[in-house]
Design a protein around this ligand. Structure first.
Ligand code: NDP
Length: 325
């Protein structure tokens, strides 16, 4: 495993981290969840990412993780970076969603109970709240660190200007923001616009979620929608209609380039995300052990020639006539 420093902090994260959004809920196989976590750790993946609402049922991914942690990882707690989040709907009424102090602190207490932990390593505000003053949200995050329930603070899905503001307040409070968790993959490049520059300036690390576009940037959907894929599952966040012919054509062409690089499609998609110096880690999901092995294999080739990068841009722009792969 390669470990990258997270922004200007003292923490290093594995270049590949594992998220428990899908495939670790009460609807999923505990045995499969367990072997995936064991394999990930054996490969040097020291960072596991959760949130209050991961499942389904909401909360059940943290429960699954807590059980496996107790069985297999109790001696390894200090070798792990475990994160959780709050920001999306978790319980009924006005206090189980968004970004109030009430919600964040209560939610983290619930997450700690579900996982059987005394603290998480990183606690995130999961999404910006347009109605709660930013000061209230970040003061709650600062309080959480001071109370010992989290070691570091992160934000997720915050646009660049709000990231700057949050970072400045957190620095004043004495709890600098460790990391920003942002969606970044070949199909969704919003972070390139301004976010990475803000993170560099503020000394904040970046971890990209859905680096494989939930599986679309792999060989998974090249020949249809497999029955056991995320798109085919009723509770999967990827919908059948997201897997369009246009995207499949693009992935087909990207896949030819990946083969020339001696990489799988997924490996090239992950290496491409990691080409930015500001990118601390790619946060993958997996439904089986082989996908974790495949992801870590990406680290064998992180270099892109400028010609390859141009070809990828051209393929992604849909201008097929310019492509030589
Ligand atoms: P990915 O884009 O990595 O998609 C993962 C899915 O892609 C897998 O479940 C699998 O789908 C497929 N896949 C993975 N590897 C391979 C491979 N080598 N070959 C073929 N198919 C593969 O990430 P996720 O969308 O799962 O997100 C990752 C994590 O990011 C989450 O677990 C969560 O921790 C975090 N996240 C954070 C969000 C936020 O708002 N902060 C939002 C969303 C995610 P299949 O099941 O079909 O096999």
């Amino acid at each position: 495993m390669k470990y990258n420093r997270c922004g200007l902090s003292g923490i290093k994260l594995p270049a590949v981290s594992l998220g428990l959004w899908h495939n670790f809920g009460s609807v999923d196989s505990m045995a499969n969840a367990r072997i995936m976590l064991q394999r990930a750790f054996d490969l040097g993946i020291t960072h596991f990412d959760l949130a209050n609402n991961y499942g389904p049922a909401p909360g059940s991914a943290e429960e699954t993780f807590g059980k496996i942690l107790k069985k297999d990882f109790s001696k390894h707690r200090d070798e792990l970076i475990i994160s959780s989040k709050a920001g999306y709907l978790m319980w009924p009424g006005p206090y189980g969603d968004w970004g109030s102090r009430k919600y964040l602190i209560a939610s983290l207490d619930q997450s700690l109970k579900r996982m059987g932990l005394e603290y998480v390593d990183i606690f995130y505000h999961h999404r910006p709240d347009p109605d709660t003053p930013l000061e209230e949200t970040v003061q709650a995050l600062d309080h959480i660190v001071r109370s010992g329930k989290a070691l570091y603070i992160g934000i997720s899905n915050y646009p660049p200007p709000l990231t700057s503001r949050a970072s400045k307040i957190l620095k004043q409070l004495g709890t600098p923001c460790l990391i920003h968790q942002a969606k970044y993959n070949m199909f969704d490049r919003w972070v390139e616009e301004n976010l990475l520059a803000v993170l560099k300036k503020e000394g904040i690390g970046c971890i990209s979620f859905s680096p494989l576009a939930q599986g679309m940037l792999t060989g998974r959907y090249l020949h249809g929608i497999p029955k056991d894929s995320r798109a085919a599952k009723p509770h999967g966040f990827l919908r059948v209609e997201d897997v369009t012919e246009e995207k499949r054509n693009i992935v087909q062409q990207l896949n030819s380039l990946a083969q020339q690089r001696n990489q799988s499609m997924a490996q090239m998609a992950l290496s491409w995300v990691l080409r930015h110096k500001e990118m601390t880690s790619v946060l993958i999901g997996a439904s089986r052990v082989a996908q974790i092995d495949d992801a870590v294999g990406a680290l064998a080739n992180l270099q892109f020639s400028s010609e390859e990068l141009k070809t990828i841009d051209t393929i992604l722009s849909g201008k097929k006539e310019n492509i030589k792969v």
